[in-house]
Design a protein. Sequence first.
Length: 141
Amino acid sequence: MVDQLTVFLENAEGRLAKLCRSLADANVNMKALTIADTAEYGVVRIICDDAQHAKDALAEKGYRAMVTKVTAIEVPNRPGGLADLLGVLDDLDIPVEYGYCFSTAGDRAVDILKIKVPAEASKGVFKLEEAGFKILTQEEL
């Protein structure tokens, strides 16, 4: 499991730029970012080097933020990589609440998933590994 920073923003011009500047000023390195928005607000999800430090720095500037545990899974960077992973999760009856992906250099992609892990989660991890997927730590991202 890795830490994800979730920030709630008013959907207004310049708010994302100010958020990113605040994180940069706090010496936070972002590795992935995704945004879901409505007319009134946005939810920004960020994988960074130190989510708790980022949350604390943002709180000092008046942002609403929280740290959430998510699962980072390495998949082959090829057509069908995500489909294969989701098929295994479906076979294991592990539901996905939301997710986003990013690629790195070479043949590796990373899927960040918020999953509802059942009590027998360790069995699921072994099944994912048997299927060729690797669960990543914060340091491996």
